[in-house]
Write a protein that binds this ligand. Sequence first.
Ligand SMILES: CC(C)(COP(=O)(O)OP(=O)(O)OC[C@H]1O[C@@H](n2cnc3c(N)ncnc32)[C@H](O)[C@@H]1OP(=O)(O)O)[C@@H](O)C(=O)NCCC(=O)NCCS
Length: 209
Amino acid sequence: MNIILIGDSGHAKVITDNLASCGHQVVAKLDDKYTKLFQKDSCWFGPISEVQSLIDKEQARVIMAIGTNSVRRNIAEGLGLAADQFATAIHKEAIVSQSSIIGHGTVVMPGAVINAAATIGNHAIINSRAVVEHDCTIGDYVHVSPGATVAGMVSLGEGALIEVGASIIPTKRIGQWSIVRAGSAVLEDVEEFTTVTGVPAQVIFKAEN
Ligand SMILES: CC(C)(COP(=O)(O)OP(=O)(O)OC[C@H]1O[C@@H](n2cnc3c(N)ncnc32)[C@H](O)[C@@H]1OP(=O)(O)O)[C@@H](O)C(=O)NCCC(=O)NCCS
């Protein structure tokens, strides 16, 4: 399959490797750091506004290669594409249960484990060696960072960020757009738009909304 990446940073490099592991090819990397379309080594580079013309030209599908959850959401929604115009990028060395459900645009990095009956939303990132256990519900635009562990039956709201090496014990709920800082252990539910840190995790910030 031909793939267009939106974003051309470090995260795009990892997704390119993911796709190559399954025989897919990145045919374009679009990023607004580029002002005009050009081709180099058989790959197109250019501004994001070129996405539709390249979808048509290359018969390609799209993956958001932007690590920041809110930026990924804003740009994805601004593209105006249908769900089936997005692909997924699941590394061949990720372990993904056949009973799990993976939404469109989602990327699953090497060594990640997604266990039985987990549901992963759209445009999520399940990063290297992250674990999403059985029966979890992971929202759209979530990022489970490298080495983080999300135990069984946990729910992560839209846009939640679970930073590197953090852990969440079974059944807990993390509200939308909340952040679990690196290495924290979450033992209680976390409200929306809230940042927690430490072992056990404590609230250090709650946004007004
Ligand atoms: C780098 C980092 C430590 C910066 O923290 P920061 O800028 O100090 O963040 P804040 O201002 O929100 O910190 C508030 C307080 O919480 C502390 N804190 C922040 N992250 C923490 C953590 N993971 N564990 C313990 N304490 C932490 C800070 O030291 C600070 O304490 P202080 O007020 O006593 O000085 C934090 O952003 C981080 O953990 N980043 C990792 C991101 C990540 O995993 N990304 C995924 C990449 S794939």
